[in-house]
Design a protein around this ligand. Sequence first.
Ligand code: ZN
Length: 430
Amino acid sequence: MFPPGITCEIGSFLGTPLSVQLIHMNPFERYVQLCGEIGHYTECITGANLVDAYTGPDKFSPEGQKRDCDAPTLLHEIGILHDRISAEVDDELRQQYLLGELDSFWTTVRWLSGEPMLYSDIVEGMFNIPMRGFHEREITHLLEDLEDKLQSYPGEDLFERVHLFTQQGKVLGEELKTMIEIDLQQKSKNVGELFKERIFTLMGREVTDNGVEYRCVSDKPWSGYNWYQRGFKSLNEFNVDRSFNKDTLASVIYHEYEHHVSNLWRERLYHDTGNIELSIVPMHTGRCVISEGTADTARDFLGIAEGDERTQIVNTLSVLRRMTSINAAIMLNAENKTREDAISYMIERGLRDADSAKGSIAFIQPFQSDERPNFYAPYVFTYFFGRTDFVLPTFQKAKQEDQLPEFYRTIYLNPYTGSSLTWGQAFEWL
Ligand SMILES: [Zn+2]
């Protein structure tokens, strides 16, 4: 932490004017600083910081960057850095990756400055993927699939069967707390071992892994979050205001552990190469599409079989919920439908109970209950499309062609491949 007052004068406290210092600063250092400045801006407007993790030197820590930049200043600085990176960075993938990140920041700042923007332009500008919903036919198809799978389960109709099925595995309160802090903590160690045995050995490389600590929190818009911490470790927080399903929790572990693993490699590469931009992990960019995509494909990476009947039902339900959440997000943000409309939709078509539908709305609604913009409103697209349009097809092709070692080396040993903007180019060899 910096004492208040110092942060606003960071450019001049050495007695050199800000503009001169910025010129001497290399573009990568300036990128890290700018992430911190934008992070303060997003936190001021929404309560959520753009910076997800930082493992770099204290000198450039996001915490210590200027706090009072307004949107026009930030947009101007993004433009200047964009020009510098275009002119000064030779490595093509590194350059494209960083320019893509800056383009996403540009969209984020414009959106939060209150500039009128279409939701579809926000999603596309941030993530470099189109805002795409699902036809009701596709949802019906999944519902029919569930109907088949749940035929022999108790209940009058599909809604009741799903409700009873979900109730069976429901945990909350003290039981949930114990489950997270003891059972999941143990399970995550096992998942860590699986990554070593099944992926790192294929890559022929090892990475320090100080593990993931599981902790319970409340009053958050998300249900779980992986906080990567300097020193090859993570903190996984679970929002225990929500009830969880035992079966779902088991699959969340793979997702969250993959985030941890990809950050381990990123931190290691930052130390090996000294590329300082790898020490910072900003949100709402093309990186998130691949990051959520690899996390949602972790079970496939680890060769975790389809599982028993129960697990298969849970997996189909989770696809249904990812798809209906996307449709509900479009209703709320692009079609001016009400919160009640979206909740009813998630209940009817996503087969959620009322509490679960209301909980999920917090993540996708345009505004929070205190009327500040909801920072996460555009984010819901990253999971589904990251997996189905990017990571899964590439993984399957690599597997077919016996190229898995190179696939893993590409994603984990070259973080510049991990963006929706550079993915195609990074896998041209496949
Ligand atoms: Zn995730």
